[in-house]
Design a protein around this ligand. Structure first.
Ligand SMILES: Nc1nc2c(c(=O)[nH]1)N[C@H]1C(S)=C(S)[C@@H](COP(=O)(O)O)O[C@H]1N2
Ligand SMILES: [Mo]
Length: 313
């Protein structure tokens, strides 16, 4: 069954939003990033490959699907809740505090974040519930942010935290709270600095909609969707492995690494296949095999050399 696509505020405001495709191109040109040109050529033609194992034969997921079928428990536990119930959330102004084991703890506002080098990256995404999408993100490499704060030699991990704002997030109000807030996630420092890891501020050439994690969220395309923490307000470099929300809730079901792995089943279902959302239909009609590391193995497998990925799932 396809979800309905109600008209949302974000569709009306997107043209006047702070970030549109032209701004992105200008910023990318100003920054002179090596990756920017190929990314944009590739976005413009809709063809060609890279970065990151993207198969040009795979269609980009319709924007209406990517913005209406979401997980964002701060707005409710249903997949339609984030689009339906995030209208009161106001992601501007915003800042991210970066602290912990760094030489230069810094608070970055949206302008400072955008200046870190926005570019478009089309990534295959894969959720633990076995649905997948192909999404054109706009973001910058997380490594650019990490470099700015000058990590200390003792830093081994990066911890992320989502905003807590019950006044604007109905899933954080009421007696039944499905998760402990704030939502938290973590990466190993080398994963965080990997070239595929971005903080996204837009998608489909527009400002990120509230339901997808406005104004800024993590994207790690070789990991299951739950690692992609949304509406980030704090990033802390640590020596110890940080907590992650789903791992804390159900450690047998959601590992810290969360690398997409068709050989490691979720205890309640197989991870061998996935359903690509969009276009032709929803569940059942668009099934395909899941690839190790979601198809990004050439780029990321070396991060895990010598590790038992069944034990470290
Ligand atoms: N703060 C926060 N971040 C979150 C979640 C959440 O509930 N809260 N859900 C996660 C899960 S389970 C998934 S699959 C992705 C979904 O991202 P999308 O809605 O943009 O596809 O967001 C992740 N990030
Ligand atoms: Mo998820």
């Amino acid at each position: 069954m396809r979800p309905s696509h109600p008209i949302r505020g974000s569709e009306i405001t997107s043209e006047s939003a702070y970030l549109n495709r032209r701004d992105v191109l200008q910023l990318a040109a100003a920054g002179g990033m090596a990756l920017a040109a190929p990314s944009f050529a590739w976005a413009a033609t809709g063809l060609a490959a890279k970065p990151g194992g993207y198969d040009p034969k795979e269609e980009i997921t319709p924007e209406a699907d990517a913005t209406s079928y979401n997980n964002f428990y701060e707005f409710g536990t249903g997949k339609a809740d984030p689009a339906a119930k995030s209208g009161d959330f106001n992601p501007r102004p915003w800042s991210i505090k970066v602290d912990g084991l760094v030489g230069k703890p810094t608070e970055f506002d949206l302008d400072a974040l955008m200046a870190l080098g926005l570019e478009e990256r089309i990534y295959r995404m894969r959720c633990v519930e076995a649905w997948s999408m192909v999404i054109p993100w706009i973001g910058f490499p997380l490594s650019a942010l990490i470099d700015k704060v000058e990590p200390l030699g003792s830093a081994k991990y990066v911890a992320f935290e989502t905003i807590v704002r019950p006044e604007e997030m109905p899933g954080q109000r009421g007696i039944f709270q499905p998760l402990d807030w704030p939502y938290v996630e973590g990466l190993r420092l080398d994963e965080a600095r990997h070239k595929l890891t971005i903080l996204a501020m837009g998608m489909y050439g527009k400002t990120l909609p509230n339901q997808n994690g406005a104004p800024i969220r993590l994207v790690t395309p070789w990991k299951y969707g739950f690692k992609g923490i949304k509406s980030i307000v704090r990033i802390t470099l640590t020596e110890e492995q940080p907590a992650s929300t789903w791992n804390r809730l159900a450690p047998g079901e959601y590992g810290f690494y969360a690398n997409v792995n068709p050989a490691v089943n979720h205890p309640r279902w197989s991870q061998a296949m996935e359903n690509r959302i969009g276009g032709g239909g929803f569940f059942g009609s668009n099934e395909r095999p899941t690839l190790p590391f979601n198809g990004y193995g050439d780029e990321v497998a070396s991060l895990y050399a010598g590790m038992d990925l069944k034990a470290n799932f």
